[in-house]
Design a protein around this ligand. Structure first.
Ligand SMILES: NC(=O)c1ccc[n+]([C@@H]2O[C@H](COP(=O)([O-])OP(=O)(O)OC[C@H]3O[C@@H](n4cnc5c(N)ncnc54)[C@H](OP(=O)(O)O)[C@@H]3O)[C@@H](O)[C@H]2O)c1
Length: 325
């Protein structure tokens, strides 16, 4: 099969088309003929040598794919040979064929193209896990999303709105803020010109937000502690702003706050399978009803994966970047 490999750690150009043996699905895995694969920021980190794959996982990048079921333990998915599916994988997505654990495979939501379906798994699993499962966002609560125009952000905005929350986001330009509002965000703050903690206090009339989805961390955490309501929760999913912060722990106690962090990739198949079940039951119907939409910024042929990574690193995109075969 054709695949895109990381020939050595470095700049986008280290991504190279290559020929690899077809993957052999293991017990409880299926084989997918990949039509499209989503690009995620963790792929960029892996390419730079900052996010090694878990033991036993393909060295090829790529955490999500869409295509057709062609082999392996298809019965375990409840689907049939030739069905269109999308899947969360721990690696190996940038290839014409990809093995995926059956519990992490979902049918393509009715009405979606392969490109749209490939853009869903990594961000939808991550947002569901962090915002709803870990932080327990409820209808009527306030959510602050740092990085609202990211792949993760566009999923978080739409899911939180669909489940009845009020959403504030941060983004790095006026255009990105406008895009977030168009997707349903109630308020968008330009983090380059506005202090999100002061703005949250103003927008919530001093009450604060209930949940923060944080992909920045660093000194943001201290400011998030300031702008959380009583019983507030922070779910940290990345440390783009650094790994250290000086936090007012007195406020954590007084307001009964919870600060959590997680990475999805090393979690067990059973855990990811639970997330898949919840998504299929709670979120897929909203996607099929058009209430939650894939947001595709640009599509590249897989051979141009380097350009796709360069675009992601330029951070001019809103939503998802997708590769096709
Ligand atoms: N823990 C997990 O399980 C998990 C899973 C998937 C992804 N992630 C992480 O989630 C993040 C988003 O992933 P993605 O694929 O959606 O990437 P992406 O589309 O490239 O998004 C990165 C985002 O970070 C925002 N950002 C950077 N600095 C910021 C700051 N100081 N304040 C507010 N926003 C800031 C950028 O906003 P501007 O462009 O406007 O500057 C951009 O929207 C990545 O850091 C990724 O590693 C974690």
């Amino acid at each position: 099969m054709r695949a895109i490999e990381i020939s050595r750690y470095g700049a986008p150009e280290v991504l190279r088309e290559t020929s690899r043996p077809d993957p052999v699905p293991g017990a409880g895995e299926v084989l997918i003929r990949v039509a499209a694969a989503g690009v995620n920021r963790p792929d960029v980190l892996q390419r730079r040598g900052l996010y090694p794959m878990p033991p036993g996982v393909s060295d090829l990048p790529g955490l999500e794919v869409a295509g057709t079921l062609v082999g392996g333990d298809i019965a375990a998915t409840g689907l049939k040979q030739g069905d269109r599916v999308c899947a969360l994988v721990a690696g190996g997505g940038y290839a014409e064929l990809c093995a995926a654990p059956a519990p992490q495979v979902l049918p393509v939501p009715h009405g979606l193209t392969d490109i749209e379906a490939a853009s869903l798994p990594e961000t939808f699993f991550t947002v569901w896990q962090n915002v709803f499962h870990i932080a327990g966002l409820k209808a009527g609560e306030w959510l602050l999303v740092q990085g609202g125009s990211s792949g993760i952000g566009v999923a978080a905005i739409q899911m939180a709105k669909a489940f009845g929350a009020t959403v504030i986001v941060t983004a790095g330009s006026a255009d990105k803020c406008a895009a977030c509002v168009a997707l349903g965000a109630d308020h968008a703050l330009n983090y380059r010109t506005q202090d999100f903690a002061a703005e949250v206090e103003r927008l919530t009339a001093g009450r604060g937000v209930d949940v923060v989805l944080d992909m920045v961390a660093g000194e943001y955490v201290a400011r998030e502690v300031k702008c959380l309501a009583n019983d507030g929760r922070i779910a940290i999913i990345a440390v783009q702003g650094g790994t250290t912060s000086t936090v007012d722990v007195g406020a954590v106690l007084r307001k009964r706050l919870a600060i959590t962090g997680s990475t999805l990739r090393p979690r067990s198949v059973a855990y990811k399978g639970e997330l898949a079940r919840a998504l299929r039951e709670r979120v897929w119907p909203l996607v099929e009803a058009g209430r939650i939409k894939p947001v595709i910024h640009q599509v590249f042929p897989a051979a141009q994966a380097a350009q796709a990574h360069a675009l992601m690193e330029a951070s001019t995109h809103v939503g998802k970047i997708v590769l096709t075969w």
